[in-house]
Design a protein around this ligand. Structure first.
Ligand code: FUL
Length: 460
């Protein structure tokens, strides 16, 4: 007996209409070109490297001098190839962290590699190597700067923009600009000129996504590699402001209270319950940022904390496989190389990612579903031991699906539900644990409007 496949989005839709004013409003929220490109390349790496690597700290003190940057050389080729072996398609380098030390030869400060004993421009070395090995290059530039005397004055906004201009002009194409909201509790009160920063990025690198304190990519809300049970990319616009304003002490109270209603850490950011109440919605997909080891920066005594390939793969399923992107931090050591433990883990992790789609049973491109497609059924040619199902909505038409079940058809013809969830979005990877079956069925129970599915794949 088929387990109520007939009760689906085409008729019941859990009581929600398929077309009305609200529906129009929900499904009109779609990704722009840059965000679409991001969804096509959802796994990339962070490189935290700089003054903190030399001093073996997580945050600087603001009192470091160029002499403290004792790193003698770096092997950018090894950095990029180790990261590439894991299947990552880009690298975001901490060009300046909170300590203020610049990894490029900036004209606007004497606190950079130029005045240290290091011979070369690290941003150039890494960005050139990314081009050589065919992966994207991105920039992290910390707004909070413990070292620069201009911090806290208007001149700092000019300084920051000058530095952004250098980074976004002299180092080729930049795929992502990462603005960190972190700021020490004792930092001087200061309002960053965010709009000016954003306009500059748009002008100099129109194809770059601006992350975290920016309008294009949302912080998932933790640094532990976790995502929500249901990740939605259509969320209240107020969320775009939250990372910037929450930490900004100069916001007035009323505004801060309103924005606090939607915090990056909240569990539900985009269910129907949330979006129904919000007049202003935007496409703001989540990025999971997590380090391969305990700290963001390298430290000898954390070599034991390198995550296993299995742990990394779980994080991958939980991010890329759960409608998020993954930004995995891989910090090189003070010897200028990525430690062999991390190198090994990355390589095996890359193999595990490949194994998901290695052995396809059926892969089908679908498109917009009609009233006849309440459920989609597959009969395999022979008994299969399924490992994964991978489903993608065509997000050019927004994120629509709100409730679905996945069944497998056992050898005796009976169906067994192996998965139930609410959100799909850009990509949902569903582990099926080698279950023997002769078919499978996806039943969409609820959708904001008729579902538009890019593809469904079953893999053994
Ligand atoms: C945080 C920073 O304070 C950490 O040092 C690290 O850069 C992480 C990615 O963001 O906010």
């Amino acid at each position: 007996m088929k387990p109520k496949f007939d009760e689906n989005w085409t008729n019941k839709n859990n009581g929600y209409p398929l077309y009305d004013k609200d529906v129009e409003r929900f499904i009109s929220v779609v990704p722009n070109e840059n965000q679409l490109r991001l969804a096509e390349k959802p796994y990339y790496c962070f490189i935290h490297f700089g003054m903190n690597t030399a001093t073996a700290r997580e945050w600087g003190s603001g009192l470091e001098t160029v002499k403290d940057f004792t790193i003698e050389s770096i092997n950018a080729k090894q950095w990029v190839s180790a990261i590439k072996s894991s299947g990552a398609t880009g690298i975001i380098l901490t060009c300046k962290h909170h300590d203020g030390f610049c990894l490029w030869e900036s004209e606007y400060t004497d606190f950079s590699v130029k005045y240290s004993d290091f011979d070369g421009d690290i941003v150039k070395m890494v960005s050139d190597e990314c081009v050589r090995q065919g992966i994207d290059f991105g920039v992290y530039l910390s707004p909070w700067d413990m070292h620069d005397k201009r911090y806290g004055t208007d001149a700092y906004n000019d300084y920051f923009c000058n530095q952004l201009t250098e980074l976004l002009t002299n180092y080729g194409d930049v795929f992502e600009v990462w603005f960190d909201g972190a700021k020490g509790s004792n930092a001087v009160k200061f309002e960053y000129d965010w709009n000016r920063y954003f306009e500059l990025v748009r002008h100099l690198q129109p194809k770059a996504n601006i992350a975290i304190c920016g309008p294009d990519i949302r912080w998932v809300g933790n640094e532990g590699g976790k995502s929500r049970k249901y990740e939605y990319s259509v969320v209240p616009c107020a969320l775009r402001e939250s990372e910037r304003t929450e930490k900004n002490s100069q916001q007035n109270e009323a505004q801060a209270a309103a924005l606090k209603k939607y915090d990056a850490k909240d569990e539900d950011l985009g269910s129907r319950k949330i979006i129904e109440k919000n007049a202003y919605l935007c496409w703001y997909p989540a990025e999971v940022d997590v380090s391969i080891r305990k700290g963001w920066f390298y430290s000898d005594n954390e070599n034991k904390t390198v995550k296993s390939p299995k742990k990394l793969f779980d994080i991958y399923l939980n991010s890329v496989g759960n409608n998020c992107t993954l930004l995995l931090n891989v910090p090189p050591s003070d010897k200028g190389v990525i430690h062999k433990k991390d190198v090994k883990a990355l390589k095996k992790f890359g193999k595990m990612i490949n194994s998901v789609t290695e052995n396809p049973v059926v892969v089908q491109e679908i498109g917009a579903l009609t009233k006849d497609n309440g459920y989609i059924e597959y009969n395999f040619e022979s008994v299969k031991k399924l490992k994964y199902a991978v489903i993608s909505e065509d997000i050019r038409y927004s994120q629509r699906i709100e409730d679905f079940d996945l069944y497998i058809k056992k050898q005796n013809g009976k169906y067994k539900r192996v998965y139930h969830s609410k959100a799909i979005g850009s990509k949902k990877i569903i582990p099926i644990k080698n279950k023997k079956c002769i078919g499978a069925c996806l039943v969409i129970r609820q959708s904001r409007s008729n579902p538009v599915i890019k593809s469904i794949g079953f893999y053994e």
